[in-house]
Structures are given as structure tokens and as C-alpha cells.
Design a protein around this ligand. Structure first.
Ligand code: OX2
Length: 806
């Protein structure tokens, strides 16, 4: 790319520094240098960063309540094709790029897998020159910062903007729109048609903040548009005639400001469910209404016939949080564009598609009808009508099968079922891995599948290999380039040709050295953060993800406890030294998850201070896990823990990142672990645990007793008793809570049922690692077969099979 001319760049950099800070480079700190660099880069990309290509192409709008972007500088430089050049030029100016990279904030505008997937998808759409943009919320506070105090999680607000702006964003005040809350709706007759008049509403302004999403070496830039809520500016007054206009008093004005500001104030820190909280509903409608109004504004600039909008627009709703896209699109088509119901409904279905990300019952969004009625009166009317017409259709088809119709209705038991609304209002419903989609079709959404099988399809998740391999593991990336050339960077399936080196001891040796170096780097971070020394030659065994009962960090912890006992019983036990590494945030209100964090930390205290096992066993809990930390941990991992209760993890995506970086996976046959297994077989990963049909049978017919297992199995009893007998200090309450979940409440997630099997699988890991050459070969085969898990593959499938289909 001819973006950078050295002499010019240096001059621009100095000028910009002078303009922004009135000082020299030598005087500037890292933040100032970073800001200067980003400002220079933003000027350079300006002419290829277009708001929209709607005049020519069909555009995809990806609605998501979370985007977990990670730091942008290095990724943007890589994608612009100037990473190495800029590094060198800065070096000549005595600036270390790494310092600037580390000075950037890591915007935590998401909880976990869902938000990170959205970010990987944006990267892939841009890199594949697909005109696809994200719509989200510019949260003032992202996911809380996690501190550990005496082994307890303490949440600190994530003040990432620090009252300034985000270096990559550009605010577009002239593209703001008004979102209306509350008030009343009257249907009045006009020219023989009913027209909805919305009165006394509370107007909130949605201001777009745009972040460029730069494609990989293709001069293509899309936009992530995040909305901030605000009180309307003066120039909106003429169109606010019907709004509630009694903000005369100081107190009222303050209250109004609070009402508006609050909406984009903070990300809900729960990665499953916040239904029930009115503010969350406000956030959801705010995102949806601002986004769709924005789409209409752009569409109408170049297109006259709104009835053909499906030819130019695809709206994707990522999980049910943006489900109100369905009635909002109906509202705009009918109330603003004056289309009739039938035409509007056909358009809506053609435009919208929906991804489901979980089957967990508690994560299925349902909103109380009273709440929706009051907050969104017009939207509620439309939902009611959608429901009425749908039930009529079902009645015609299924007669009075009320059970069936009840599960499919949009409104039932005083609630609006958001998944049902999304399915009915779209032309495509997809799950995120093979098993997950099968469970949707055969169990959770069975009735819908039987009714309209053609809507259902699978799109196995993927990861942006640019961030998760090329950037986070540059040494491995370089080795791959040397072995097979660079074309894999654009087509990751080419990684397959690495397999020809599986018996090449020099290559395997090199692979091991790279892993070793990455482990050394991570050890330094651990020592710095946790004040503990790590044996760099031990197996780095890692579980990093949100803390959830179904993800079974508890099983991992109990196994560590088991190993500890085994070592104490037999100090000469033939085992490879192991370092268990955890990173996990618990939702602030999720008591059980917090108990597990406390347990792991106390276990770490005990084990790490026991000189008897000093050389063999270490436990590390890394505080404040997030994207930046993941980039350091994953390349240094030997063993990837993917041990969810089968059927519960829809896909998982860290499993793919680990595989691509040459870790060996220990896993249940859950989520995308199945597809990983399809690629590399039993020989190259270690499987254990209940199969999906067994779990489903237990849930349907019962037959599992954890108490029986506990009484009859020495190993299980030993570790479970340790939760309550004082063996692990300072976990009186937490240990009891966990004990009760396992024994009194019959171990909902089959931790004890899978425990022995897990111990065996872990032994197998140990034995495999003892043969280093063989281990390295497995690692190589993992890398070679990880190409299918690039999100480029996933996005091509979405594009071909969902978005561009009409
Ligand atoms: C997560 C799922 O739990 C995870 O399995 C999946 O990999 C990820 O989404 C991306 O598809 N919130 N987070 C998820 O689902 C929901 C709801």
C-alpha cells in the first residue's frame, strides 16, 4: 500500500504533534504519541472510508448490543499493510511502537463470546470487501474492571473514556436521530387509512460515533457506528411538536437529562440475561430505532422505492437483544412510509435474519407486556398485531393444539417472547455450531423448525486469524510464512499444507521453541501481576472464559485438588509439572460464580505456598481477564480446557483460538469442539464426558444421583469433603454453597458425573506431554487444520446463504 511515504509521514507526525499538544516528540508521553499517530492515520484513510456504498451494493447491518473490539492500533496497522514500515519509521524517530500499543485502551463494550464474535465478524466483512457495518451502543462505562481482594471478586467501574473521546471514533452530530419513549398513540383516520399519531413521548437523541473497520490489505473500510444517548439539540425542536414538553423547571430539566444520559451509560455485566430491567429494554429499543432510522436515511438518499429496500439492505439481529428490529421496521414502513401491513411484513421478513447464541432457558429474553406497552406503545401495538395474525395462521394449520401454539406465540403468559418474535419476523434462523443448531431444530425450537424448516441453518462460529494468530503470535506466523509462503493469510485453508512437516523434527523443534518463548513472556506477566514465579517448563493448562456453572471451572478446580492429594500421597508421582491458569469474570449478582472464584484463589494460595509440591503444581488466577490479556495467554498455552456440560456451550470460540496457536484441547463433545474433532480426530485432542444424548436423557427422564456417586467414590468424596472440612482455608460460606450445589441440589451440570472421566483424560494429557516430539506433532496438526475456523469462512457462509439471498 502506498499509504506511507517516510519523509512525508515524519513531517505530518511532527506537525500533528505540534498542532495537538504544542510540544515536541521528545517531550510527549506515550498517550500523546499514540494520539498523534492515530490522528495522522485517520487523515490518511479518510478518502477510502465511506459512510455507505448503498448506491451500488447491498449492505449488511449487523445489530449487536455488544462489540468487544480489543485494541485497534496494531490491528489497523496490520490490515493497512504498514505495520512493519511504521515500526521502523517510529524507531528512527526514537519511538517504540510497542509502548504506543500498550498505551491504548481496550474498550470492554462486551461481556464475552457474543461481543467478541461480533468484532471478529466486522474484521472479516471488511477484509472480504463485503459492505457490512455494525450498529451498537457507545457505553460510557464498559464491562467492570475486576479486582481480586482476598480472593474475592470486587467490581470497579470501567471508566474507559475518562471524560475524553476514544481515539478511533469520529462523532457525527449531523446524522443524529430521535428515539421516542413513552407517551400515547392514537389511531386516526386519514384518507380512508388509519394513521398512528404518537403524542407526549419523551424524545432521546441518538448521536452516532463512527469507528473505522479496516479490511486486510484491500483498501476497504467499513463502519462500526455506536450510538450515544443525549437530550435533543435545538434544531430538532420543529419535529418534536408532539413530544412531552413540560421541561420548564430546573428539576424537570435535570431529570430529563438523566433520563436521556442513562440509556448509553453502562453495559449490563451479564452474559446471559437482563430481561426484566427497564433500562435494558430502553437500551435495546434505542439501538434498534436509531439504527433503522439511520438505514432509512441513507437508503433514501439514493433510492426512491422503499418497497425494494430488501434488494439493498440486510439487517442481522445478533441474538434477541436487537429483536425489536422486527416491529420497528414494520413501524417505519407503515407509519412513515405508508405501506400496508402485508407489504411491510413481507419486506421485514426478507430484510431480517437472526442468530441464536444459547439454549439456556434463563437466557431467553421475555419482556413483560405492561412494561413494553408503557415504554413503547406503538411498538407494542405492532407486536400484538403480529401475534394475532400469527396465531390465526397457526390455528388454521394446527387447529386447537394449544400446547404447540402456546410455545410458538409471540405473546404468552403476559410476556413477549423475543426469540419467537425474531424467528417469525425473519427469513433465516441460525445456530452457531453443528450440535447447537441440531438442538435448536430438534428440541428448543422444534415446533418452529417443523413449521418452517427452510428458515433454519447452521453457521459455525469463527475467529479473526489476523488478530488471533498473525498479531498475537508473530513468531508462529513468521514460521508458517517460511514454511508455506504467505497465501494462508488470505485463505486460511492453506494452513493444511503445514501437515507435510508433521514428521520434520526441525520444524517441530522450532514450534516448541516458539511456544517456549511465548510461555516465558506470559510468565513475566504472571510474575508481575501475581508476584509468583512460574516454572516455564511446566505444562501451561488454561481455562479463560466467563465464570458460569455450565462452563465448569469448578470441575477443573476439583481436579487440581485431586492432583494435589495424589502428589501429597506420593511425592514421587511420575507427572509433568503443571501450571493451571484461570481468567474469568463473574456477573456481579451471580453468587455461585463468585464462590468458585474464591475457591480457585484459596486453592491457589494453599498449593502455591506448599513447598512439598512446589516444583510440580501451581495455580494462577489472573485478574481482569479481557481481550488484551487473552492475546498474551493463548499463544503461551499448551492445554486448552473446553469442558462445558455437553449441550450447554453453544459454540465457544476460545477453543478455536487455542487450536490455531497449537494448544491441545481437552474437551467434552460440546459446541464447536465437535467440529474441531471432525478436523483432527481422536488422536489430536483428548475427549471425555457425557455425550449430548445422555445429557438430554438425564434432563428429560432423571436417573442421576450425585449423592450416590459421592458416597460410593473415594476420589469424589475426598475432593467434595474438602469444600467443607477446612482443608482449604477461608471458604466456609463459599465451600458450603458449592457443596450444596453438588450434593443437595443434585449437581445440575454433571460435574461429579464426568469427574472420573476427566481425571483419566487429564492423565492422558500428562502422558502425551511426556513425549515432546509427539506433542509437537499434535500441535502442528492442530494448527494445520484450524483454517476452517477463520471467521472469513463463517462470514462467506453468512453472505452467500443468508444476506445476499432474497
Ligand atoms: C455466547 C455463547 O455462550 C458461546 O457458546 C458462543 O460461542 C458465543 O456466544 C458466540 O456465538 N451470550 N453469549 C453467548 O450467547 C449469549 C446469549
Amino acid at each position: 500500500m502506498t499509504l506511507i511515504n517516510k519523509k512525508e509521514f515524519k513531517l505530518e507526525f511532527r506537525n500533528q504533534m505540534d498542532f495537538l499538544y504544542k510540544q515536541t516528540i521528545e517531550e510527549a508521553n506515550s498517550e500523546q504519541l499514540l494520539n498523534t499517530l492515530v490522528t495522522v492515520l485517520k487523515c490518511k484513510i479518510d478518502n477510502i472510508w465511506k459512510e455507505s456504498r448503498l448506491d451500488k451494493e447491498k449492505e449488511v447491518y449487523y445489530f449487536c448490543i455488544e462489540f468487544l473490539l480489543g485494541r485497534q492500533l496494531e490491528s489497523n496497522l496490520l490490515n493497512l499493510g504498514v505495520l512493519e514500515d511504521i515500526k521502523l519509521i517510529l524507531k528512527e524517530m526514537d519511538i517504540n511502537l510497542e509502548d504506543l500499543v500498550n498505551a491504548e485502551v481496550d474498550p470492554a463494550l462486551g461481556n464475552g463470546g457474543l461481543g467478541r464474535l461480533a468484532a471478529c465478524f466486522l474484521d472479516s466483512m471488511a477484509s472480504l470487501s463485503i459492505s457490512g457495518h455494525g450498529y451498537g451502543i457507545r457505553y460510557e462505562y464498559g464491562l467492570f474492571e475486576q479486582k481480586l481482594v482476598n480472593g474475592h471478586q470486587v467490581e470497579v467501574p470501567d471508566n474507559w473514556l475518562k471524560e475524553e473521546s476514544y481515539i478511533w471514533e469520529t462523532v457525527r452530530p449531523n446524522k443524529a436521530s430521535i428515539v421516542k419513549f413513552g407517551g400515547q398513540v392514537d389511531l386516526v383516520e386519514k384518507n380512508g387509512k388509519l394513521k398512528a399519531i404518537h403524542k407526549n413521548y419523551i424524545p432521546v437523541m441518538a448521536v452516532p460515533y463512527d469507528i473505522p473497520i479496516i479490511g486486510y490489505k484491500n483498501e476497504y473500510i467499513n463502519t462500526l457506528r455506536l450510538f450515544k444517548s443525549d437530550v435533543p439539540r435545538k434544531d430538532f425542536e420543529p419535529i418534536l411538536k408532539e413530544s412531552k414538553n413540560s421541561y420548564g423547571s430546573y428539576h424537570d430539566a435535570l431529570q430529563y437529562r438523566y433520563y436521556a444520559d442513562e440509556i448509553s451509560q453502562v453495559l449490563y455485566p451479564n452474559d446471559s440475561n437482563d430481561a426484566g430491567k427497564i433500562l435494558r429494554l430502553k437500551q435495546e429499543y434505542f439501538l434498534v430505532s436509531a439504527g433503522i432510522q439511520d438505514i432509512f436515511r441513507k437508503y433514501k438518499k439514493n433510492n426512491r422505492d422503499i418497497g425494494k429496500i430488501y434488494e439493498k439492505i440486510s439487517i442481522h439481529i445478533n441474538d434477541t437483544h436487537p429483536s425489536l428490529c422486527v416491529p420497528e421496521l414494520m413501524r417505519l414502513l407503515m407509519d412513515e412510509e405508508e405501506l400496508g401491513w402485508d407489504e411491510a411484513w413481507e419486506i421485514t421478513k426478507r430484510v431480517i435474519s437472526y442468530t441464536n447464541h444459547t439454549i439456556m432457558a434463563e437466557a431467553m429474553e421475555r419482556w413483560n407486556i405492561q412494561m413494553i406497552k408503557e415504554l413503547l406503545p406503538r411498538i407494542y401495538m405492532i407486536i400484538e398485531e403480529i401475534n394475532k395474525r400469527y396465531i390465526r395462521k397457526l390455528n388454521n394449520k394446527y387447529g386447537n393444539d394449544f400446547d404447540k401454539i402456546g410455545t410458538m406465540a409471540v405473546i404468552s403468559a403476559d410476556n413477549v417472547n423475543m426469540a419467537n418474535l425474531s424467528i417469525i419476523g425473519s427469513h433465516s434462523v441460525n445456530g452457531v455450531a453443528k450440535l447447537h443448531t441440531e438442538i435448536l431444530k430438534k428440541e428448543v425450537l422444534k415446533n418452529f423448525y417443523e413449521d418452517e424448516p427452510f428458515k433454519f441453518n447452521n453457521k459455525t462460529n469463527g475467529i479473526a486469524h489476523r488478530r488471533w494468530l498473525m498479531l498475537s503470535n508473530p513468531r508462529l506466523s513468521k514460521l508458517i510464512n517460511e514454511l508455506i509462503g504467505e497465501s494462508w493469510q488470505k485463505d486460511t485453508l492453506e494452513l493444511k499444507s503445514l501437515e507435510k512437516y508433521q514428521d520434520d523434527s526441525r520444524v517441530l523443534q522450532e514450534l516448541e521453541l516458539i511456544k517456549q518463548e511465548n510461555k516465558r513472556n506470559l510468565s513475566k506477566i504472571i510474575t508481575q501481576k501475581n508476584e509468583i514465579n512460574i516454572n516455564e517448563n511446566s505444562i501451561f493448562d488454561v481455562q479463560i472464559k466467563r465464570l458460569h456453572a455450565y462452563k465448569r471451572q469448578l470441575m477443573n478446580a476439583l481436579h487440581i485438588l485431586h492432583m494435589y492429594h495424589e502428589l501429597l500421597d506420593n511425592p514421587n508421582l511420575n507427572m509433568e509439572p503443571r501450571t493451571f491458569i484461570f481468567g474469568a469474570k463473574a456477573a456481579p449478582g451471580y453468587y455461585f460464580a463468585k464462590c468458585v472464584i474464591k475457591l480457585i484463589n484459596e486453592l491457589a494460595q494453599k498449593i502455591n505456598n506448599d513447598v512439598r509440591v512446589k516444583d510440580k503444581l501451581r495455580v494462577v488466577f489472573l485478574e481482569n481477564y479481557g481481550v488484551s490479556l487473552a492475546e498474551k495467554i493463548i499463544p503461551a498455552t499448551n492445554v486448552s480446557e473446553q469442558i462445558s456440560t455437553t449441550t450447554k456451550e453453544a459454540s465457544g470460540t476460545s477453543n478455536m483460538k487455542f487450536m490455531m496457536n497449537g494448544a491441545i484441547t481437552i474437551a467434552t463433545l460440546d459446541g464447536a469442539n465437535i467440529e474441531i474433532h471432525d478436523q483432527i480426530g481422536d488422536e489430536n485432542m483428548v475427549l471425555f464426558g457425557l455425550k449430548a444424548n445422555q445429557v438430554l436423557e438425564y434432563s428429560k427422564f432423571g436417573g442421576y444421583s450425585s449423592a450416590d456417586l459421592y458416597s460410593n467414590n473415594f476420589y469424589i468424596k475426598r475432593v467434595v469433603d474438602d469444600l467443607v472440612n477446612g482443608f482449604i482455608p477461608n471458604i466456609l460460606e463459599e465451600g458450603r454453597e458449592i457443596y450444596n450445589s453438588l450434593i443437595t441440589y443434585n449437581d445440575e451440570f454433571f460435574v461429579l458425573r464426568d469427574f472420573e472421566n476427566y481425571i483419566e483424560a487429564q492423565k492422558k494429557i500428562n502422558d502425551l506431554y511426556m513425549d515432546k516430539n509427539h506433542w509437537n506433532k499434535m500441535a502442528l496438526i492442530n494448527i494445520a487444520n484450524s483454517g476452517i475456523f477463520s471467521s472469513d469462512r463463517t462470514i462467506k457462509e453468512y453472505a452467500n446463504e443468508i444476506w445476499y439471498k432474497r
